[in-house]
Ligand binder design. Structure first.
Ligand code: NM2
Ligand code: OGA
Ligand code: ZN
Length: 380
């Protein structure tokens, strides 16, 4: 347990330097503390939302007096004389006077990249529904690995909605609330054929993309039709290790994606294949050979190098050492983080048939449910 030991005013009260039992100093700016006051005049005690605007915080805000009182820090602000208290735990959890990540394409501690050697994160359908701890563990795997499988579910039309209901809400699109993935006569999408599909993220032509996809198997008696998943973050990491300049080329230029396979639909998006946050965090992969539109946002003299990097990324994605393969049985399903993990299928044909139902959902809702489960049951 790291405890708050002392605090002193610094820089004329512009910031406060706090000293802790782990020997570290954590500094906080007075304006930051004032904006983040936890009292009932600043935050609604019921819903936790901030009641004030920044216009309510004087631009000249400074700390005029401070005192460590038990496990809290009391702060008096100038010029308005407001007094408020901050719990030491809260200060420790929200400290920003830390070493910020430096590495390009860094990932948060809750994310782990993988290749073909990862055992499939699995749960039983009934356990997911009935047991909150199973649900927490399964959702933790989705957060950590970007995918997870469910086995032994009912072989019934619409069962995929029960998966979504366990953590969030469907994202409806032009493909419907859900879509039937099976071979059709006049397919509006190559997914609705027996063709193999290269590993891809879905709907890169949409902005924002659906951040989760669920594919639920109702029939898989055809020959072939095996599923594969590939960690797009690991693929991006491999590209960066081999060729930093190539990686940066894909991250710093927009690609284009489009879909107009059905009457009245013409979706387009302009986004990079590798997406980094402003501080370099690796936050998204978009990769889909079927929907890649002509790339027109790379300068002429960089296009050859761009294509070299794009081609190499595709080779890494196609490398069997990257892919986890499994054949879904009726009642099995899997979820992918569509901003990270690519999915593929082998072509299918033969005497039997193949029928999956798919739908989209969003990761913010899944992570919200996981946070709430962790608050109730602890972390996995
Ligand atoms: N379906 C299955 O993103 C894509 O176009 C992949 C999507 C048609 C909803 C297929
Ligand atoms: C899809 C898709 C894979 C499959 O519908 O988006 O990629 O296994 N389907 O049919
Ligand atoms: Zn797909």
């Amino acid at each position: 347990m790291i405890t708050l030991q002392s605090a002193e005013l610094a820089d004329g009260g512009a910031h406060i330097a706090t000293a802790w039992s782990d020997g570290r100093t954590r500094r906080f700016h007075a304006i930051w503390l004032r904006d983040n006051a936890q009292d009932a005049a600043t935050r609604d005690p019921g819903n936790g939302q901030r009641l004030i605007t920044l216009a309510d915080v004087p631009g000249t805000t400074a700390a005029s007096h401070i005192a460590v009182e038990g496990d809290a820090l009391s702060v008096t602000f100038a010029p308005d004389g407001k007094v408020t208290r901050f719990a030491a735990d809260w200060l420790r959890d929200h400290a920003y006077d830390t070493d910020m990540p430096q590495a390009a394409s860094w990932l948060g501690a809750e994310v782990e990249t993988w290749d073909a050697a990862l055992p499939v994160p699995d749960a039983r359908f009934d356990d997911l529904k009935a047991d909150p701890v199973t649900r927490r563990n399964w959702l933790t795997a989705v957060r950590r690995y970007g995918f997870a499988r469910l086995t032994g579910g009912p072989v019934t039309d619409g069962a995929l909605f029960q998966v979504v209901d366990s953590f969030g809400h469907v994202r409806e699109t032009n493909y419907g609330r859900h879509f039937e993935v099976r071979s059709e006569v006049n397919p509006t999408n190559l997914a609705y054929t027996g063709l193999g599909l290269q590993a891809h993220t879905d709907n890169p032509y949409r902005d924002p993309v659906p951040t989760l996809q669920i594919l639920y198997c109702l029939d898989n008696s055809a020959t072939g039709g095996d599923s594969m998943v590939v960690d797009g973050f690991r693929a991006a990491e491999r590209l960066r290790e081999e060729d930093e300049a190539g990686f940066m080329r894909l991250a710093s230029h927009c690609a284009r994606f489009s879909y107009n396979g059905a009457q009245g639909v013409n979706l387009t998006a302009r986004r990079p294949m590798i997406e980094l946050a402003p501080d370099g965090e690796l936050i998204g992969i978009r990769f889909n050979n079927r929907s890649a539109a002509p790339i027109t946002d790379v300068p002429f003299d960089q296009m050859a190098d761009y294509y070299r990097a794009y081609r190499r990324l595709a080779e890494i994605i196609d490398d069997p050492a990257m892919a986890i393969s499994f054949k879904l049985a009726p009642g099995d399903s899997f979820i992918v983080d569509n901003t990270r993990v690519l999915h593929a299928r082998k072509g299918f044909s033969g005497a039997g048939s193949r029928w999956l139902q798919g739908c989209y959902a969003d990761k913010d809702g899944l992570l919200s449910t996981l946070n709430a489960l962790e608050a109730a049951h602890g972390t996995a």
